[in-house]
Design a binder for this molecule. Structure first.
Ligand code: FES
Length: 382
């Protein structure tokens, strides 16, 4: 028997003799799911604006497959800060063909991960990172594509990856970007965008919309219906767009979506990613009373617990130390999707799942309260 096998056998015998089977199941689950996060070394930190940085991670050779991604996806970083485990999702700005993975981090909190990333993180530090995921993606094809994106603030991060991928994947592709910020000084990836424009002069068109300063080569104001009309009906009326990518705060996404729908653009062509993670939890109009017997299936293991109907499914699951997937806990990132196999749950907020997906039984567990005495959710079947 090899030394490693002997060691594993000794650890298992110790665990079996020491813990009850339900506790053992949780411990083993925890051990095997540590693999969901991988240690990645920070290779580079670059200031983008006074309040945002780009962080590049080195991907070791044996993790290249695991960290393969599609343009538009995000990674989740896990970090313990002041004794509390934080998980934050950040979109990837680099392209799948680049070495390493780069994310954009805007400082939004005091004492949270983005504060740590700005003030303490150094080149050479190692962070726990979950492999890329997300459904806001652009999959390159050999067909010629015309793509337009509307981004505001840090919503530019996944659009950087999508824009470069669109432009690189076919010499006839066109990309139009409408990008809103307060000023050039606060425009993330400004220099990279200008360089990209010089590289693809006739195929990459940018409209900088600035709300606080009047500057050259920009439009003063915010992204509004008039901006959408100006770009689509005036500047690019001869381009037939295949897809529309929207990324930024909810109000901007709703405004642009409504405008596009009024123009007859069908929903399947409009892709969006919300970029406002909220700490404030929405509530159901009436909090349901009573308890629910909850069954959770994750990574082929089954767990049973009792929870208050007034609590959120993900909160109850995490309280039991079950390693369910999650990131933002604000109904924004989509990592916590599970399928209801039995029973019923209502979501307090949903801007991610389509009506069809909800009818199929999918829920965002970070937003869902059980409404039946029993509920079974399966994180594996999504
Ligand atoms: S954890 Fe992000 S949507 Fe639920």
């Amino acid at each position: 028997m090899s030394k490693l096998n002997y060691l594993l056998q000794t650890v298992l015998i110790f665990l079996i003799s020491r813990f009850k089977s339900s506790e053992l199941s949780l411990i083993l689950h925890e051990i095997f799911n540590m693999a969901n996060f991988y240690p990645l070394t920070v290779q580079k930190i670059k200031a983008l604006t006074p309040n945002s940085v780009a962080i590049t991670f080195t991907i070791p050779k044996d993790l290249i497959q695991t960290f393969n991604f599609i343009a538009g996806q995000y990674i989740t970083i896990k970090k313990e800060i002041k004794g509390k485990e934080l998980r934050r999702a950040y979109s990837i700005s680099s392209t799948p063909t680049c070495e390493g993975i780069t994310i954009g981090v805007k400082k939004v909190d005091r004492g949270g991960f983005s504060d740590y990333a700005h003030n303490k993180l150094k080149v050479g530090d190692v962070l726990e990172v979950m492999p890329p995921e997300g459904r806001f993606v652009y999959k390159p094809t050999s067909a010629n594509k015309n793509i337009i994106a509307f981004a505001a603030g840090s919503g530019i991060t996944p659009i950087m990856s999508i824009a470069k991928t669109v432009l690189e994947s076919n010499p006839d592709n066109n990309f139009v970007l409408v990008y809103g910020n307060k000023s050039y000084k606060e425009t993330m990836f400004y220099t990279d965008l200008v360089k990209l424009q010089l590289e693809y002069t006739n195929r990459f068109h940018i409209y900088f919309i600035l709300s606080q300063t009047q500057e050259d080569e920009s439009i003063f104001g915010r992204i509004e219906a008039s901006t959408v009309n100006f770009v689509l009906n005036n500047k690019h009326k001869n381009l037939d767009f295949n897809d529309y990518y929207l990324c930024g705060p909810e109000a901007m996404i709703q405004l642009v979506t409504n405008n596009l729908k009024e123009k007859g653009i069908t929903e399947d062509k409009i892709h969006f990613e919300l970029f406002t993670s909220t700490e404030i939890k929405d509530e159901l109009p009436e909090k349901p009373d009573g308890k629910t017997a909850l069954k959770v299936i994750v990574d082929d293991e089954e767990f049973s617990l009792s929870m208050d109907k007034g609590s959120l499914v993900l909160d109850a699951v995490l309280k039991e130390n079950i390693d369910a997937p999650y990131s933002c806990q604000g109904g924004v990132c989509s990592s916590c999707i599970a399928r209801v196999k039995e029973g019923k749950a209502d979501m307090v907020k949903n801007q991610i799942l389509t009506d069809g997906e909800i009818a199929e039984g999918l829920i965002l567990t970070c937003q869902a309260h059980p409404t039946t005495p029993t509920l079974t959710v399966d994180y594996d079947d999504v």
